[in-house]
Write a protein that binds this ligand. Structure first.
Ligand code: HEM
Length: 189
């Protein structure tokens, strides 16, 4: 957990995915009271009981907020300025900088969704050095087909062979023991 907090680019990639194609893009609801909804250059009077419909990408790809708003920019949310933009990432039914409350209907598991997405990216790059994909549209959104994968080489550690003092490289493997996930050299070497 501490390690993935040290990976700002990976974090940014996850937020950029949620920005460029919010998994739930269409939303609607009835106004519970009279209100005014403001855009950059207009204000709209909404009366209690009126039906409202929202299309998230209008907001999450707003060119007045995001430079190159139609492009996937992996490091968009890196650094102080990038992190400030997170208040415009709205996939969870509210700004990513806010938290769900009993009154705001923001996704109750928003932080969990982001965490699992980060773990998915980490696992992908832990297993594969590179991959190729084909992207197209489907009725449910983007369709992604993985066309080739290059398996990551297992990391090795240097050890000194006790018998003749030679330095040898041994591959490491993942192991789960009492203390959780750890790396250790394979017995076979
Ligand atoms: C990519 C995955 C997810 C997305 C995109 C997502 C998105 C959303 C959105 C947009 C809403 C607001 C719905 C509305 O009222 O219009 C919402 C609400 C909610 N989400 Fe998620 N969600 C995801 C995963 C989850 C998961 C895994 C859980 C729990 C296991 C969860 C629990 C909830 C709950 C309980 C609410 C209702 C909050 C309320 O009405 O006060 N969500 N989610």
């Amino acid at each position: 957990m501490a390690a993935i907090e040290q990976m700002p680019l990976m974090k940014s990639v996850v937020y950029e995915s949620l920005r460029i194609e919010p998994p739930i893009s269409l939303q609607y609801g009835r106004a519970k009271r009279d209100l005014v909804i403001e855009s950059h250059d207009a204000a709209f009077d909404v009366k209690e009981g009126e039906l409202l419909f929202g299309f998230q990408p209008f907001a999450t790809k707003d060119p007045k907020i995001f430079e190159r708003s139609e492009e996937f920019v992996a490091d968009k949310f890196v650094g102080e300025e990038g992190e400030r933009l997170l208040r415009h990432v709205l996939w969870s039914n509210g700004p990513d900088t806010e938290s769900p409350t009993v009154g705001n209907k923001q996704c109750a598991w928003k932080d969990f969704v982001v965490l699992v997405s980060r773990l998915l990216v980490v696992e992908l790059f832990r297993r594969y050095n590179s991959f190729e994909i084909e992207v197209s549209q489907s009725p449910l959104g983007a369709k992604v087909i993985v066309t080739s994968l290059k398996r990551a080489r297992r990391p090795t550690i240097k050890t000194v062979d006790c018998q003749d003092n030679r330095q040898v490289r041994r591959p490491m493997r993942w192991a789960t023991g009492g203390g959780g996930l750890s790396r250790r050299p394979t017995e076979s070497g």
